[in-house]
Ligand binder design. Structure first.
Ligand SMILES: Cc1cc2nc3c(=O)[nH]c(=O)nc-3n(C[C@H](O)[C@H](O)[C@H](O)COP(=O)(O)OP(=O)(O)OC[C@H]3O[C@@H](n4cnc5c(N)ncnc54)[C@H](O)[C@@H]3O)c2cc1C
Length: 380
């Protein structure tokens, strides 16, 4: 399938889920089971799993197109996007036995791996400060600690967990001594407690408490103590993919608002004739195209297995800001109707806001660019 055919097929699937579907879920704070089920059966969520493990073996560029088209349609890929990339930690750093055991099940959608547990309340953006500890005890690790804002945990069978395995004072750098585990949530019982967090969006996210959770040692991914590096390498994929959702969000706003500005007549002329209405949309479109070009560069580098940390970070910032610019321009274009729930705009407005802070706050992106791209002094 060519990329335009892939985009058209995703658009056709999304067209079966109109605004009323998303509005009802939003009102009920419910999970889009049928939408996610259809995406899974179509193989889109297994886009990045190589064919030898049962996936579609598509490129990052194609995976970006899938998420962009989903969000451009008015849908919200956040309910399931992590099924696409969380497995990357396993794919890149797991043993052959782990990959053979899990990837085919994930690719088929029989097992959901869409919970990724890094953030902690006291560490915030400084991941090196996490305190959740996994202590080796024979053939298992005993995990104690707490995570926050862990998305989709109630709709996931497996979780990729970052925990400390050596105390910070016993390692040369704070980023050493962290390890990654695959946690089977189906067998965790009361050792994993989940407290859902109400947010301004229909995005299932929770506080998660680990009370002496036993994780078999065979579920350690890669080498003990090297987890920070593994998580960072997975974050590039996450940033490029989520930037694509923001590009999709931006196009959603711009396309709807341009149409509305052309049709809505006030003072005997379409409001889009007024440059005060037209220019913000045109400017947001330029920002969106620039962000998409940066995203394309990042995806190409990723597909060529070349370093892409700078481009992945920069496209995440550019796309999230373009989406926010487009969201505000669209809300202004719709006037009072922008606030009326039936138009869908206010729902997307809330959803687009998330990407300014997650999966990484944009200030942290700027700090990365300042230090690692421009060579300025480290600020923290
Ligand atoms: C809906 C939702 C879903 C999420 N899903 C997940 C998930 O599935 N898994 C997961 O692990 N995490 C998840 N997160 C967490 C998310 O990644 C964090 O919220 C984000 O990384 C920011 O961390 P924080 O909220 O602790 O902010 P903080 O680190 O407390 O930062 C607060 C503000 O201060 C700024 N700031 C902090 N330090 C600096 C500095 N040195 N210089 C300049 N500015 C600074 C930040 O930019 C930010 O604006 C989710 C969050 C939300 C809201």
């Amino acid at each position: 399938m060519t990329n335009p055919e892939l985009r058209a097929a995703v658009r056709a699937l999304c067209a079966r889920y109109p605004e009323t579907y998303w509005q009802q879920l939003d009102a009920e704070r419910a999970y889009p089971e049928s939408f996610v089920g259809e995406l899974t059966r179509a193989g889109y969520l297994a886009a990045l799993i190589p064919a030898e493990y049962g996936g579609a073996g598509l490129s990052m560029a194609d995976a970006c197109s899938i998420l962009e088209e989903i969000n451009r349609s008015g849908a919200n890929a956040a309910a399931c996007h992590a099924q696409m990339y969380t497995m990357g930690t396993l794919l890149r750093h797991g043993s052959e036995a782990q990959k053979r055991a899990w990837l085919p099940l994930i690719a088929a959608g029989n097992v959901r791996l869409q919970a990724f547990a890094v953030t902690e309340p006291t560490a915030g953006s400084d991941t090196s400060r996490i305190t959740t500890f996994a202590e080796r005890n024979g053939d298992r690790y005993i995990v104690r600690g707490q995570k926050i804002f862990i998305s989709r945990v109630q709709h996931s069978d497996l979780m990729v967990l970052l925990a400390r395995t050596t105390r910070p004072e016993q390692v040369p750098k704070r980023t050493d001594g962290l390890s990654v585990f695959l946690v089977d949530l189906r067998t965790a019982g009361e050792r994993v407690r989940v407290r859902p967090i109400d947010t301004m969006v229909n995005h299932e996210t929770s506080e998660v408490f680990f009370d002496d959770l036993e994780v078999p040692a065979e579920n350690l991914i890669g080498e003990e103590g090297k987890g920070f590096r593994y998580i960072l390498s997975g974050m590039n994929a996450e940033r490029i993919l989520l930037a694509s959702e923001s590009v999709g969000d931006a196009l959603y706003f711009i396309e709807r608002a341009s149409k509305y500005a052309t049709e809505r007549v006030v003072f005997d002329r379409p409001i889009g004739m007024n440059q005060g209405v037209q220019f913000p949309l045109a400017r947001a479109y330029v920002s969106t195209r620039a962000a998409a070009a940066l995203r394309d560069t990042a995806a190409t580098l990723y597909d060529e297995d070349r370093p892409c940390g700078a481009e992945a970070n920069m496209c995440k910032l550019a796309a999230s800001e373009a989406a926010w610019e487009a969201a505000n321009a669209a809300m202004n274009t719709f006037g009072g109707y922008g606030l009326a729930c039936e138009y869908g705009l206010e729902r997307k407005f809330r959803e687009a806001r998330l990407y300014l802070v997650a999966p990484v706050a944009n200030n942290l992106v700027l700090s990365y660019v300042g230090e690692h791209v421009l060579g300025m002094p480290r600020s923290f």
